[in-house]
Design a protein around this ligand. Structure first.
Ligand code: DX5
Ligand code: ZN
Length: 227
C-alpha cells in the first residue's frame, strides 16, 4: 500500500557462501530467518568477477522455499534474464548500465514471468529510472561499486534513496527500495531512515561470529527501530 511503512526484508547475498555446499548454506540462511536469497550473478565483463550460472541457481531451487532474486551484473541481460527466471528466480534486477533498451529488457523479465527491478550503480543518476519506475516492483540502489563483497559503504547513496522514496510516494507507486553493498549494523539504520526497506548483506551475515541468525536478527531489529 503506497505511503504505509514498507515491510523490512533482509536478503543475504550468496557471494561469501561456501560454494562447495551451496544448498546447505541456503538452508542455514532459511533457518536464520532470511527473507529472500540475493544471487549475485557476475559475468566477468560487466564486473571484473565471475560467479554462478542459471544451472547453479536451478540446482539450489529445491533446497529452500525462500524467494530467489537475481542481481544481474552481466553485459547481456536480454539473453540471460529469462534463464534465471526459468531457474527459479521470482525477481530479476537489471542494471541500467547493462542495456541500451531498458524498457524492452524489463518487459522481457515480466514476460518471462518474474517481477522486474532495476539497479543503479553509484555514479548513475536517479533520472535514468524516471521513465520505467511504473514497470518495476523494486529499485536496487548500489552502495558499493559492483563486483565484490566486503567493500566500504558509500553513504552518499542515501540521498539517492531519499529522492527515490519521494518519487514513489508522489506517484503513489508500490515499489520497494533495496540497498546493496556495505550493509551492516553500522550502516543499516541510516539506510532505513533514508527510505530503503530491503537490505542485501553478504559479509555482515557470513562473518558474524555468532552466526547468520544473530546477524540477520540484529539487522532487522535496527531497521525496524529506524523506520
Ligand atoms: C556486489 C554485490 C553485493 C555484495 C554485497 O557487487 O552486488 O550484493 O555481494 O556484499 P557486502 O554485503 O559484503 O557488501
Ligand atoms: Zn548484489
Amino acid at each position: 500500500m503506497p505511503g504505509t511503512p514498507r515491510q523490512i526484508e533482509i536478503a543475504p547475498s550468496i557471494l561469501p557462501a561456501d560454494f562447495s555446499r551451496l544448498g546447505e548454506e541456503l538452508q542455514l540462511l532459511e533457518k536464520a530467518s532470511a527473507d529472500r536469497i540475493h544471487w549475485d550473478v557476475m559475468d566477468g565483463t560487466f564486473v571484473p568477477n565471475l560467479t554462478v550460472g542459471p544451472d547453479v541457481v536451478a540446482a539450489c531451487r529445491a533446497a529452500v522455499s525462500l524467494p530467489f532474486e537475481a542481481h544481474l551484473m552481466v553485459d547481456d541481460p536480454d539473453l540471460l534474464a529469462p534463464r534465471y527466471v526459468a531457474a527459479g528466480c521470482e525477481l530479476v534486477t537489471i542494471h541500467v548500465e547493462s542495456t541500451r533498451h531498458l524498457d524492452r529488457t524489463l518487459h522481457g523479465v515480466i514476460e518471462a514471468g518474474a517481477k522486474a527491478a532495476v539497479t543503479l550503480n553509484p555514479a548513475t543518476p536517479l533520472e535514468s529510472v524516471d521513465n520505467v519506475l511504473h514497470l518495476v516492483d523494486m529499485v536496487l540502489i548500489m552502495s558499493v561499486n559492483p563486483g565484490f563483497g566486503g567493500q566500504k559503504y558509500i553513504a552518499a547513496q542515501e540521498a539517492k534513496v531519499r529522492r527515490l522514496r519521494r518519487w514513489i510516494l508522489e506517484r503513489e507507486l508500490d515499489v520497494d527500495i533495496e540497498i546493496d553493498g556495505g550493509i551492516s549494523v553500522r550502516t543499516i539504520s541510516d539506510a532505513t531512515a533514508a527510505g530503503a526497506n530491503v537490505f542485501v548483506a553478504g559479509s555482515a551475515v557470513f562473518s558474524d561470529p555468532e552466526g547468520p541468525e544473530h546477524a540477520i536478527t540484529a539487522l532487522r531489529t535496527l531497521a525496524h527501530e529506524a523506520q
